[in-house]
Design a protein around this ligand. Structure first.
Ligand code: MN
Length: 492
C-alpha cells in the first residue's frame, strides 16, 4: 500500500437544537472545507467528509465503520456548532483508529456588522470544541489536537504531518519483520519482548534460517542479476573493477527481496555472526533494499529495522531521506563538536549528498570476502535520531533533534557511508541525556520527520516518548524519567 491509498474521515459534531437550515449549512460547509483541504496540496492523504453527527447512533455507527475500514487511517473531528458530548461517549470509547480533534472555525474573522444571534448559533466552534475536548480528556483518549484557521498553510501542514504519523501507526499494526538469524551474541539493547511488541505495535517478528536464504540465492539467474546491475549503474558510480563482487551483492539482494515479498515483510535484520553459506555480508544489497523502502537493522536489531520501515512509509514522497544509523565516534574539539554516524556497511543512500560510489574493501569483522558497499556523505540539514528500547514491561521511544553538517573532513580511508551531526542541545549534554534515557547505539536517522510526529506516533501506539531538544537538561530529564517510570509501571 502507498500512503496515498489511506484516507481520513471528517466527522462534524452538531445537534438538532438549531433546526434543519443550520444543519444543512454545516453539512455544506463541511464538504466545502473537505474539498479545499484536499485541493490545498498540504495533505498527503485525502479527507472524506462522512457525517454531520447529531445522535449517539450516528457517531457510534461512523466510528464502528472507521474501525473496520482498511483504508481509513484515522478520524478528524470538529464541532461547527455545540455538540453535547455524552452522545460521543459510546463511539469514542470504542475508537480503534487515530483521532485528531481539529479545533478550527469556518470563518476567519468576526463579521462586525453581521454578527447577531443567528450567526452565533451557527458559528460556535469555540464553544463546541471545548465540550468536545472535555470528553476526550475524560476518556483519557489518545488524540492529537490541532487548533487554527483551516485555510492557513501552517495549520494544514500540521494536519498533514499528523496524517503521516497516523498512517505510520496503521502501517505498524500490519508490519512483518524477517530476521535472518538471531541478534548479535551478548548484546542487550537489540533484545526485546516480541510478544509485548506485537501486542503494542502490531509487529510480527519472526526468524528464517540463513541457509534458506542461501538456497534462494543459488537459484537467482544471471538475467535477474543483469537487470539489477543495470539499476545500480543508473543510480550509483562504479568505483571498483571487481564486478563479480558487486554481482554477488545483487544476488543477495534479489534473494532477500524474494523472501521478504513472499512473506509480506517490509523490514529485515541480519548479523555478521550468522552468514553460514554466504561469501559476503550484504552491504550494497541491504543499502539498496533500504533505498526502495525496506527497513533494516544490523546485528539482528529488529526494533531499529521496523522503525526504519515505519518512518520510511510515513515519509513517502519526501526527499530528505531516512536511514539505519549508528553512533560511531566523536570529534571532541571544544566549540566544534560532532558525532560521526556510520555502520559496518549499511547506511541507506536516501540520505546521500551526492551520487554514492560502489566500492569494495575488506571487512575487519565477520570472516568473509571483502563486500561491495555504497560510500557517500550524508547531506546537511535538520534531522532527528530515533531509538526504540525495551524497558522491561514497556517500550520507550527516544527522539533527539540533530543538525547534520557536511562532514568537516574528507576521511579518505574510511570505507563506509558517513553522516556528521551536532546533537541538541550540544554534543556533551545531548549525549548525557541520550545515555540517561537508555538510547541505543543504533537509531533511525531521518530528515523527513520531526519530534512532534514521532510523539504523535508514540501516543497512538500508547508507548512512552522521550524528546531531547535544544532546551533539555540532564537534571530535568532525570526528573521526568523518574516520574514517567512510576506512571508507566502503574499504567501497565
Ligand atoms: Mn551496529
Amino acid at each position: 500500500m502507498s500512503i496515498k491509498d489511506y484516507e481520513f474521515w471528517f466527522v462534524v459534531g452538531s445537534q438538532f437544537l438549531y433546526g434543519p437550515e443550520v444543519l444543512e449549512t454545516v453539512a455544506k460547509r463541511a464538504q466545502e472545507m473537505t474539498d479545499k483541504l484536499n485541493a490545498s496540496g498540504n495533505l498527503p492523504c485525502k479527507i472524506v467528509y462522512k457525517v454531520t453527527a447529531k445522535t449517539n447512533a450516528e457517531i457510534t455507527n461512523v466510528i464502528r465503520d472507521a474501525n473496520h475500514d482498511e483504508k481509513c487511517a484515522g478520524i478528524i473531528t470538529w464541532c461547527h456548532t455545540f455538540s453535547p458530548s455524552k452522545m460521543w461517549i459510546n463511539g469514542l470509547a470504542n475508537l480503534q483508529k487515530p483521532w485528531c480533534h481539529f479545533a478550527t472555525q469556518y470563518n476567519r474573522e468576526i463579521p462586525n456588522e453581521e454578527i447577531d444571534m443567528d450567526f452565533m448559533n451557527l458559528n460556535q466552534a469555540a464553544h463546541g470544541d471545548r465540550e468536545h475536548g472535555f470528553i476526550g480528556a475524560r476518556l483519557r483518549a489518545a488524540r492529537k489536537i490541532i487548533a487554527g484557521f483551516w485555510q492557513d498553510e501552517d495549520v494544514q501542514k500540521r494536519l498533514g504531518k499528523w496524517q503521516r504519523a497516523a498512517v505510520g501507526a496503521e502501517f505498524s499494526k500490519k508490519l512483518k519483520v524477517m530476521r535472518f538469524g538471531d541478534n548479535m551474541r551478548e548484546v542487550a539493547v537489540t533484545e526485546g519482548d516480541k510478544v509485548e511488541v506485537q501486542i503494542k505495535l502490531g509487529w510480527q517478528v519472526n526468524t528464517w534460517p540463513v541457509g534458506k536464504l542461501v538456497d534462494v540465492m543459488n537459484k537467482v539467474t544471471d538475467e535477474e542479476i543483469d537487470a539489477l546491475m543495470n539499476e545500480y549503474k543508473s543510480l550509483y558510480e562504479f568505483a571498483t573493477d571487481d564486478i563479480e563482487t558487486v554481482r554477488y551483492q545483487a544476488r543477495e539482494e534479489i534473494a532477500m527481496k524474494k523472501m521478504l515479498d513472499r512473506e509480506g515483510c517490509k523490514a529485515f535484520s541480519n548479523t555478521f555472526q550468522d552468514l553460514y553459506g554466504m561469501k559476503q555480508l550484504p552491504g550494497l544489497a541491504s543499502q539498496h533494499l533500504m533505498a526502495t523502502g525496506y527497513g533494516y537493522g544490523g546485528e539482528g536489531d529488529w526494533k531499529v529495522s521496523a522503525m526504519t520501515a515505519i518512518i520510511k512509509f510515513m515519509t513517502e514522497g519526501k526527499k530528505g531521506g531516512t536511514a539505519f544509523m549508528e553512533d560511531y565516534t566523536y570529534h571532541l574539539v571544544e566549540g566544534n563538536e560532532y558525532s560521526l554516524g556510520a555502520h559496518m556497511l549499511e547506511v541507506c543512500p536516501s540520505v546521500a549528498a551526492a551520487k554514492p560510489r560502489i566500492e569494495v574493501h575488506p571487512l575487519g569483522i565477520g570472516d568473509r570476502e571483502p563486500p561491495a558497499r555504497l560510500v557517500f556523505e550524508g547531506h546537511e540539514g535538520k534531522a532527528v535520531v530515533v531509538s526504540l528500547v525495551d524497558m522491561g514491561g514497556r517500550l520507550r521511544l527516544i527522539c533527539q533533534d540533530i543538525h547534520c553538517v557536511k562532514p568537516i573532513m574528507p576521511m579518505p580511508n574510511l570505507p563506509v557511508a558517513r553522516v556528521m551531526w551536532q546533537a541538541m542541545p550540544n554534543l556533551k549534554t545531548g549525549l548525557e541525556c541520550w545515555i540517561l534515557a537508555g538510547g541505543a547505539h543504533h537509531s533511525v536517522l531521518s530528515y523527513d520527520v520531526d519530534a512532534e510526529q514521532m510523539k504523535d506516533w508514540a501516543r497512538i501506539m500508547d508507548i512512552e516518548f522521550v524528546h531531547i531538544d535544544k532546551d533539555t537538561t540532564p537534571e530535568k530529564l532525570e526528573h521526568d524519567l523518574f516520574l514517567s517510570d512510576i506512571a508507566w509501571r502503574l499504567n501497565n
